[in-house]
Design a protein around this ligand. Structure first.
Ligand code: UDP
Length: 458
C-alpha cells in the first residue's frame, strides 16, 4: 500500500543509445531544480551515465535532489558486440528490461527512503507504462525526436493499411505523398523510418516503436522536445491523441548542458572566421558516412573553398583523401569532438552539414544556422524533409548521397546566395520563436510547469 503523503519520488528511465539519454537528463535536471522538495532518480546504463557525467560536470553540480543510478545493460562481460549488427546491444538491453530498472529503482528507494511515485521515461521504453500501471503511479514518456516522426509512428497501422507493407510496398510507391495522414502530406513514403512500411517490420526497433504508439495515449502526459507553434497541425493532433501533450523544448535552451570543455580550441578558431562563413560538419554520435561518401564530402569541402569545422572521430580520420588535411589546413579544422551547441551558437557558423538527428536539428534551429541535410536512417529523412520543405531552412541532395559537386553546390547556395541569405533569415525567425517559447511566460515554460505538477502529483 502506497503511503499517499510521502514526498514525491520521480524515477526517470533512460534509453541508453544514440543521443537519447541526454535530453532526458536535461529534463531531469530542470525538473529537480523546479521541485526541490521532490526526489529524482535518473536510471541509465553505466556507459551512458559516464558519457553524460563528462558533459554534465561542465554544467556544474546537479541539483542535490537528483541522483544518478546505473542499470545493467545486458551485455555480458567480455562479450564483443558484432560491428555489423548495431541492434545487438539494443536487443541485449531490452532482454534484461524491465528487471534492470526494477533493481535500480529498489536501490533508489532504499537510498532515499521514498517510494517511487511517478515514472518518467524515454518514450521508446513503453514498458515503463506497464511498470507504472502495476505500481499504481503515473507514467510520463518523453519523445526525444521530432513531432513529424512521432506522428508517423502513431499512424503505423494506417500507413500499412493504405500503402501496404513489406518489400513490394516501396518501389512503386516511394514518391507517394502521405496526404492521408493528418499533418504529414509533405512527406513521401520514402521518407518514413525503416520498419514502418518498408525494411524489416520485425526488427527490435520496429516492434518497439509500433508498441510505443499503442501505449502513448495511455500515458498521463507525453512530453516533447519541441515547442508549440513549430508544427501547429501536429500540436492539434497530439492534443487530440494524448491525455496531455506537453511540448517543453527546445530542451537545449530550457536546460542547457554545455558540451564539455573545448579541448580542440574550436571556439577560438571560429572567433577568427568571418560571420556566417563556416561550414560545420557532423553526423552525430552513431553514424559515419561510408568511406566513398566521406571522400566525396572532403573533396566537396575542398572545392567549395569555404572555411570548415568537421567533427570526425579519430578512427575515420585515416579515411580522408591523401593530402586533404595538408591542403586544407589553413581554412579547415578537423577534430574528434566539438562543443556543438556553442559552435552552432557562434556567429561564424554559416551552414551545418548534418545527418538531421533531432538534437542536431533543434540545436541548429536554436543557433539560427541553415542546414545541408544528409539523412541516413530512422527519423532522419523525415527531419531533413521538414528542414528543407516545411521550414525552408536547408537543402538536401539529389539522390540522397553526398557527392563532391553536390556538397560544393549546397555550400555555395547556403553560404553565398540570396536564397541562402533568406534561409538564414527564416532560421533566425525560428530561433526567435524558440527563444520566446522558453522565455518568461512562453509556452514551453507553461507546459513545463504543468509537467512539474504532474510528475510531483501537485
Ligand atoms: N555532439 C557534440 N559534439 C560533436 C558531435 C555531436 O556535442 O562533435 C552532440 C550534439 O550537440 C547533439 C548530439 O551530439 O546533441 C547528437 O545528437 P543527434 O540527435 O543529432 O544525433 P545522434 O547522435 O542521436 O545520431
Amino acid at each position: 500500500e502506497r503511503r499517499r503523503h510521502d514526498a514525491p519520488h520521480v524515477a526517470l528511465l533512460a534509453f541508453p543509445f544514440g543521443t537519447h539519454a541526454a535530453p532526458l537528463y536535461s529534463l531531469a535536471r530542470a525538473l529537480a531544480a523546479a521541485a526541490p522538495g521532490a526526489a529524482f532518480s535518473f536510471l541509465n546504463s553505466a556507459r551512458s551515465n559516464a558519457s553524460l557525467a563528462r558533459s554534465a560536470a561542465a554544467a556544474g553540480q546537479a541539483p542535490d535532489n537528483l541522483r544518478v543510478y546505473d542499470v545493467t545493460d545486458g551485455c555480458p562481460t567480455g562479450y564483443e558486440l558484432p560491428a555489423d549488427d548495431p541492434e545487438e546491444k539494443v536487443r541485449l538491453f531490452l532482454g534484461v528490461t524491465p528487471g534492470n530498472f526494477l533493481v535500480a529503482m529498489a536501490a533508489a528507494e532504499d537510498g532515499g527512503g521514498r517510494k517511487v511515485s511517478c515514472l518518467v521515461s524515454d518514450a521508446f521504453l513503453w514498458i515503463a507504462g506497464k511498470m507504472a500501471e502495476e505500481m499504481g503511479v503515473p507514467w510520463v514518456p518523453l519523445w526525444t525526436g521530432g513531432p513529424a516522426s512521432l506522428a508517423a509512428h502513431l499512424h503505423t497501422d494506417l500507413l500499412r493499411l493504405t500503402i501496404g507493407a513489406g518489400k513490394q510496398a516501396i518501389p512503386a510507391r516511394a514518391d507517394q505523398h502521405l496526404n492521408f495522414v493528418p499533418g504529414l502530406s509533405y512527406l513521401r513514403v520514402r521518407d518514413l523510418p525503416e520498419g514502418v512500411v518498408f525494411g524489416n517490420l520485425n526488427s527490435e526497433f520496429s516492434r518497439l516503436l509500433h508498441r510505443m504508439a499503442d501505449e502513448l495515449p495511455r500515458a498521463a502526459a507525453v512530453a516533447l522536445n519541441t515547442f508549440a507553434g513549430l508544427d501547429p497541425a501536429l500540436d492539434a493532433e497530439f492534443s487530440a491523441q494524448f491525455n496531455t501533450s506537453l511540448p517543453v523544448g527546445p530542451l537545449n535552451l530550457v536546460a542547457p548542458i554545455p558540451a564539455g570543455p573545448d579541448r580542440h580550441a574550436c571556439l577560438p578558431w571560429l572567433d577568427s572566421q568571418a560571420p556566417a562563413s563556416v561550414a560545420y560538419v557532423s553526423f552525430g554520435t552513431v553514424i559515419s558516412p561510408p568511406p566513398a561518401e566521406l571522400a566525396e564530402l572532403a573533396a566537396g569541402l575542398e572545392a567549395s573553398g569555404a572555411p570548415f569545422l568537421w567533427s570526425l572521430k579519430d578512427e575515420w580520420r585515416a579515411r580522408l583523401p591523401a593530402g586533404f588535411l595538408d591542403r586544407t589546413g589553413s581554412r579547415g579544422l578537423v577534430v574528434p569532438w566539438v562543443p556543438q551547441v556553442d559552435v552552432l551558437g557562434h556567429v561564424a557558423s554559416g551552414a551545418f552539414v548534418t545527418h538531421c538527428g533531432w538534437n542536431s536539428v533543434v540545436e541548429s534551429l536554436a543557433g539560427g544556422v541553415p542546414m545541408v541535410c544528409r539523412p541516413f536512417l530512422g527519423d532522419q529523412r523525415i527531419n531533413a524533409r521538414v528542414v528543407s520543405q516545411v521550414w525552408e531552412v536547408g537543402v538536401g541532395f539529389e539522390g540522397g548521397a553526398l557527392t563532391c559537386g553536390g556538397v560544393k553546390e549546397a555550400l555555395d547556395l547556403v553560404l553565398r546566395t540570396e536564397e541562402g541569405k533568406r534561409m538564414r533569415e527564416r532560421a533566425g525567425e525560428l530561433r526567435k520563436k524558440a527563444v520566446r517559447a522558453v522565455g518568461p511566460g512562453g509556452s514551453s515554460v507553461q507546459n513545463f510547469k504543468a509537467l512539474v505538477g504532474i510528475v510531483t502529483g501537485n
